[in-house]
Design a protein around this ligand. Structure first.
Ligand SMILES: Nc1ncnc2c1ncn2[C@@H]1O[C@H](COP(=O)(O)OP(=O)(O)OP(=O)(O)O)[C@@H](O)[C@H]1O
Length: 308
């Protein structure tokens, strides 16, 4: 379990992590989201004792990182995949980590196997591709068999096989009862791998919720209707409008209905004797929900384009 209590970090007069309080629970994958510069890496670095909070606390299993006797056995992290010694082999990098953390050297072979690098154990890490370095970084995180794992952008630069592998790994680590915190800008990926989400913007907590609650609370679903007769579109749109729905008539010939269920739209069409060729509910995506929530906290967003 990771516990943050009023965690705050200032650099000069800039507050980059602002009074964060939340828990990351065992047995779940928690996605950690926020625009660039929101403070995700700084928060993770404070959990790992790499940065010191200006005030508040970041605890692992109820203790500060500095007070952990064998930190690697309590918490593993992938922050920067290229932070390994390039002249050493994968095996030697991990053996050095095992040695300094009093971890059984036999774990090195086990974790290399788990991340699919057993064959590359004796290669120097300087020759590794980004994907291989990510896998080795993950092997390092798993080395001490810790109950808490943090991954900063683990799918960065990975091919589709690698992305799928990470998704399955995150799920299996949570199923083993571990606490898994993962930051990513890839919403579609988090939608598939996370159970919960913590969203921050400009250092502040914006949301801490189950994935489906988050999507339901911040995005809206729409009903898409296809009618074969063009004139019927307007008839149905007017009727739905009278009943309180908001209706769009996009150029592609569909009717897009907000604020009404597919059942009610279908019944209204039936009552008017209109023929339908399609009636579909499209759920909001995590991406839409996220963009809606974080609008206004984006530090380096593109300026709105102005027509000339
Ligand atoms: N050592 C430092 N000195 C001054 N400012 C810093 C330092 N480290 C981070 N910052 C600032 O803190 C803010 C938060 O950065 P952080 O890297 O934690 O954000 P992030 O959410 O991880 O962003 P990204 O998604 O881009 O990785 C940024 O504005 C950054 O410039």
């Amino acid at each position: 379990m990771i516990t943050l209590r009023a965690l705050t970090k200032r650099y000069g007069d800039k507050t980059v992590v602002d009074d964060l309080t939340f828990d990351v629970e065992p047995g779940t994958v928690t996605g950690f989201l926020g625009p660039n510069g929101a403070g995700k890496s700084t928060t993770m670095r404070m959990v790992l004792g790499l940065d010191h909070p200006t005030s508040g606390q970041a605890l692992v299993g109820g203790r500060t990182y500095a007070s952990l006797r064998h930190p690697l056995r309590e918490v593993g992290a992938l922050l920067d995949a290229k932070a390994l010694h390039p002249g050493r082999t994968a095996e030697k990098n991990l053996l050095a980590m095992a040695h300094s953390n009093d971890v059984d050297p036999a774990r090195v072979g086990e974790v290399l196997e788990r991340v699919g690098l057993a064959e590359a154990a004796r290669r120097r890490t300087g020759t590794f591709s980004l994907g291989m370095s990510q896998r080795l970084g993950i092997a390092g995180a798993l080395l001490g068999d810790p109950g808490v794992l943090m991954f900063d952008e683990p799918v960065n630069g990975l091919d589709p096989d690698g992305v799928l592998w990470i998704r399955q790994l995150l799920r299996s680590l949570a199923a083993e009862g571990r606490t898994v915190l993962v930051s990513s800008h890839l919403m579609s990926e988090l939608q598939l791998s996370a159970d919960r989400l913590v969203v921050i913007g400009k250092g502040r907590l914006l949301a801490d919720a189950a994935l489906d609650e988050f999507i339901a609370g911040h995005g809206t679903s729409t009903v898409h209707v296809r009618l074969p007769a063009a004139g019927d579109r307007r008839v149905l749109a007017d009727r739905l409008g009278e009943r309180g729905a908001e209706v769009e008539l996009p150029a592609d010939g569909e009717l897009v209905v907000h604020g009404m269920s597919a059942e009610r739209v279908g019944d209204a069409a039936h009552a008017l004797g209109l023929r339908l060729h399609g009636l579909t509910t499209r759920s909001a995506s995590l991406e839409q929900a996220y963009l809606e929530l974080t609008a206004g906290t984006v530090e380096y967003g593109a300026a709105e384009s102005v027509g000339v």
